[in-house]
Write a protein that binds this ligand. Structure first.
Ligand SMILES: [Mg+2]
Ligand SMILES: [Zn+2]
Length: 184
């Protein structure tokens, strides 16, 4: 089964340089929820892998993050989407944990929990860290130009990634097309 791993901020919801600290800060990018619904309808599993260092920085708590995710789950539920898993790294960049992207802890956890292999897995993100993590586990990376993605296009191409899409909606349609036409 195809597994779609998603970065959260800048892919599903608008990012903020001030961090997403409260449910009211979490606002979906137009079309992202519908794109996730199409992927689920196409038979894909969906999971989020998100760096949330705002917890280590003291900007918000695990509990608040859980409230933010409740808002996201409620919206997804209204489109008949249930996420298979949500992983986040709460650590500070200096902590040298193995989960903060570009490290691969969350990605490998997802593959293990959801019984997928790198060749059946896509990672959709808007940062260089997302793309580096995807390349390290050898799954299929897609950069979206939403969030910070448009700033990283040249660096991502330099990594050898040329699957760059306008937004999650276009990325989802591209994946769905490739599932029905495996030659792509
Ligand atoms: Mg992001
Ligand atoms: Zn971590």
């Amino acid at each position: 089964m195809t597994l779609i791993l998603l970065d959260r901020d800048g892919v599903i919801n608008f990012d903020s340089k001030n961090y997403i600290r409260a449910p009211s800060d979490w606002q979906p990018i137009p079309g992202s929820i519908e794109a996730m619904a199409r992927l689920v309808h196409a038979g894909c599993k969906l999971a989020i892998c998100s760096n949330q260092s705002g917890i280590a920085r003291g900007f918000f708590t695990h509990e608040t993050l859980s409230q933010i995710h409740s808002k996201m789950h409620d919206l997804l539920k209204s489109h008949n989407v249930k996420l298979d898993a949500v992983y986040y790294c709460p650590h500070h960049p200096d902590s040298q944990c193995n989960c903060r992207k570009p490290n691969t802890g969350m990605l490998y956890q997802a593959l293990s929990d959801l019984s997928s292999s790198p060749s059946q897995t896509w990672f959709i993100g808007d940062s260089l860290k997302d793309m580096q993590a995807a390349l390290t586990i050898n799954c299929h990376p897609i950069l979206v130009r939403t969030g910070n993605g448009y700033k990283h296009e040249a660096d991502v191409r330099a990594l050898g990634i040329d699957n760059i899409r306008t937004d999650l909606s276009e990325a989802a349609d591209w994946i769905i097309d490739s599932l029905v036409s495996p030659a792509l």
